[in-house]
Design a protein around this ligand. Structure first.
Ligand SMILES: [Fe+2]
Ligand SMILES: [Fe+2]
Length: 278
């Protein structure tokens, strides 16, 4: 089946024109499930990014050449992501969401990993997180999940983040190998991180849906089933996800359409994105 490139995000005029209006609470063309799915992701992102930037900074004095460039790339891109998503999450609080109980979940496991794991194994855990975000990025971009009817500003925020996740998908993996993390550690870290991600994300989504009065709304869950299993649904993540367990796997093997790779390296628009949440 041929998949036509349908990217229009490079043209920022729609986002610029929309700047004066408030971002709606259910910004994903009124779809409550999809809006809350992404909002719940945003609430955990700054804390996961803090973990990756912390261990990347720890790696810098012990690296040179390619591994050092990987650590610098992670530092630069994940710092910007954390910054933009903190502003995004401030917007969620201004919409009336109480977010503290969800935001403290990621630091519970990152502080445990940073206290008890070697730097190599910390990167194995980070590589697992990065594999999940790269799979989300590849599927989200490849199947144009954010293309139709989504608030232009939120679309740019998420496209920017997904593109950069795809861009640096190799970095933590390379650093995990550089610092000696073995296959069994990388594979078990992915199993553990997937379970933790599902638990935290489900809890956060359920909480946001409860607070907005939609937890028991049948139509919201019907959309959720479509999002997961419908045409171009999230189930497509399964193939890139499981490729991680091949002993000789490398993240750069995950195929990316040329239209995505063309835009990589050209999307440094952090200050514009921050202005959407003011
Ligand atoms: Fe990120
Ligand atoms: Fe990342």
């Amino acid at each position: 089946m041929s998949r036509k490139p349908r990217f229009i995000f490079w043209n920022s005029s729609k986002a610029q024109n929309a700047r004066t209006a408030h971002i709606k609470k259910f910004w994903f063309h009124g779809d409550i499930f999809r809006s809350v799915f992404f909002d719940a992701l945003s609430l955990t992102i700054p804390y996961a990014e803090d973990f990756i930037t912390k261990i990347s900074a720890d790696a810098l004095p012990h690296t040179s050449g390619h591994p050092q460039r990987d650590a610098q790339l992670l530092l630069e891109e994940e710092t910007a992501h954390a910054h933009v998503h903190r502003a995004y999450n401030e917007m969620l609080r201004s919409e009336g969401y109480r977010t503290e109980s969800y935001e403290r979940l990621v630091p519970l496991w990152t502080s445990f990993v940073m206290r008890h794991f070697s730097l190599g194994n910390q990167f194995a855990v980070a590589a697992a997180v990065e594999h999940l975000t790269a799979c989300l990025g590849v599927v989200g971009l490849d199947y144009a999940v954010l293309d139709i009817g989504v608030d232009a500003r939120m679309r740019r925020v998420w496209m920017w983040h997904l593109i950069e996740e795809v861009h640096h998908r190799h970095a933590c993996f390379n650093l995990a190998r550089f610092f000696g993390a073995r296959y069994y550690m990388r594979a078990s870290a992915l199993i553990a991180m997937t379970i933790i991600f599902i638990l935290i994300h489900t809890y956060t989504m359920a909480g946001l849906l409860w607070q907005s009065g939609h937890l028991f709304d049948y139509s919201v869950w019907r959309e959720g089933v479509r999002f997961a299993c419908g045409k171009n649904g999230a189930y497509k993540i399964i193939i890139p996800f499981f490729s991680y367990f091949k002993p000789n796997f490398h993240p750069n093997e995950i195929p990316i359409r040329s239209v995505v790779s063309e835009h990589i390296h050209q999307y440094h628009i952090e200050s514009e994105l921050l202005s959407y949440f003011k």
